[in-house]
Design a protein around this ligand. Structure first.
Ligand code: ATP
Ligand code: MG
Length: 389
């Protein structure tokens, strides 16, 4: 039996030229995502993307991957048959038998986009509904809230039959809103922040500050693993690894201890800003949430913002930890995030961090450092690893 995935996209942006661009972007995206599962024909028609397996070893996995593509609101797996109502009845019976055996009530909903088909949608529903009702003794039709709705669509190329519509990932296709640089630590928050912005149509690059030997090789591997998990939704991510040890030691040795975290974060943002410009990223993304820790007070965020020309997006700013955790579990990063490796943020943390830093005092402390040279050296030694290719 021939099977096809139908991916439906949202209507919001579908106007004029935009629509074509949107469709083309999605077709390209879906092709890239399907690549590892075999050969597929992918094309768009009437606000639907058709994904037809030509040669596929794992249909389940391929279908799952379709549910993780931003810009898609609903996903259906269908059997396709010839445009003959008897063939459609038999196909529905065979293709949906497992699902139909699990429920007691059902209805058939039909659509006919090929108007040359000689039956109305109501007649199609009645015919297929009647057939299924005869073949499965335990079933009874129910128009109002049935347990299962059989969807039938008569299209140009055939009749498409499916037993369930799954929600898609929603949002906007990756890249349709440009590119963002995610500050990725090993924690719970930053992968969620990146996921949320990717959902709004950003392509992601990531930057990770690495303080070897204060933080271990395993900590770095954990970050790469997190990025890799994210790529199920985001597509490939280049992860830029910035050696951060020299900067942290310089701050420790020269600056007032209680301002350590805020000064360190200002360095991170300076470097992220430069890299964002270099990599054509229009924003920096962090996993900060207001008041979560000392460095995430309004005052601390303000002092940190001042170091970047690139806008900083903080999608978690108004969220509670448990809300963030729910998303983290859903996108599959949680179990990796809670592995117990140090992040450079937890190295040299002061006992009494200043929660309302004053810019004047921060600048005074920083004047003891050669900020530009430290930033430049870190950037010179930065390298990247692409995950999710
Ligand atoms: P997370 O759970 O994402 O680690 P957190 O609650 O632990 O966040 P902080 O450690 O203060 O908070 O970090 C705040 C944000 O700064 C992180 O969400 C991340 O965006 C960024 N960040 C922290 N450490 C690093 C790092 N080593 N490399 C890159 N970005 C970092
Ligand atoms: Mg952290």
């Amino acid at each position: 039996m021939r099977e096809v995935f139908l991916l439906k996209f949202g209507e919001l942006v579908l106007k004029g030229l935009n629509r074509l661009k949107f469709e083309n972007r999605l077709v390209k995206l879906v092709k890239t995502r399907m690549y590892k599962y075999g050969t597929f024909e992918v094309y768009a028609k009437q606000s639907v993307l058709f994904v037809e397996p030509v040669e596929c070893t794992d249909l389940e996995a391929a279908f799952d991957a379709c549910r993780k593509i931003f810009g898609i609101v609903a996903v259906q797996r269908c059997a396709v048959c010839d445009k003959d109502i008897m063939v459609a009845c038999k196909t529905a019976e065979e293709y949906l038998s497992d699902m139909l055996n699990e429920v007691k009530t059902f209805k058939v909903e039909s659509r006919r986009s090929d108007k040359s088909f000689p039956m109305t949608s109501i007649q199609i529903s009645q015919e297929i509904g009647g057939w299924l009702n005869d073949k499965f003794d335990h079933l009874s039709p129910k128009m109002d809230e049935p347990e299962m709705t059989v969807k039938v669509e008569v299209r140009e190329k055939g009749i498409y039959i499916s037993g369930k519509v799954y929600p898609g990932a929603g949002g906007l296709p990756n890249g349709s809103n440009g590119r963002g640089l995610l500050m990725l630590s090993g924690g719970i928050d930053s992968p969620v922040a990146g996921h949320m912005m990717a959902k709004r149509g950003l392509d992601l690059a990531a930057i990770h500050f690495f303080s070897y030997p204060y933080t271990s090789e395993e900590a770095k591997q954990k970050v790469l693993k997190l990025a890799e998990i994210m790529t199920d939704y985001t597509g490939k991510i280049p992860v830029f690894i910035v050696p951060f040890t020299e900067i942290q030691e310089a701050i420790r040795d020269n600056c007032f201890e209680d301002l350590f975290t805020v000064i360190m974060r200002r360095f991170m943002v300076r470097i992220a800003d430069k890299l964002a410009q270099q990599q054509l990223c229009g924003c920096i993304i962090t996993g900060e949430s207001l008041g979560q820790v000392a460095s995430q007070t309004m005052e601390a965020l303000g002092v940190t913002n001042a170091c970047s020309e690139t806008p900083i997006f903080r999608p978690l700013i108004g969220m509670d930890k448990n809300e963030i955790t729910i998303i983290s579990r859903k996108i599959g990063t949680f179990e990796t995030s809670i592995l117990p490796y140090e992040d450079c943020c937890t190295v040299f943390t002061p006992k009494h961090p200043v929660t309302k830093p004053k810019m004047k005092k921060v600048l005074e402390e920083e004047s003891r450092l050669d900020v530009d040279a430290l930033v430049q050296r870190a950037l010179d030694e930065t390298y990247y690893i692409v995950v999710g290719e």
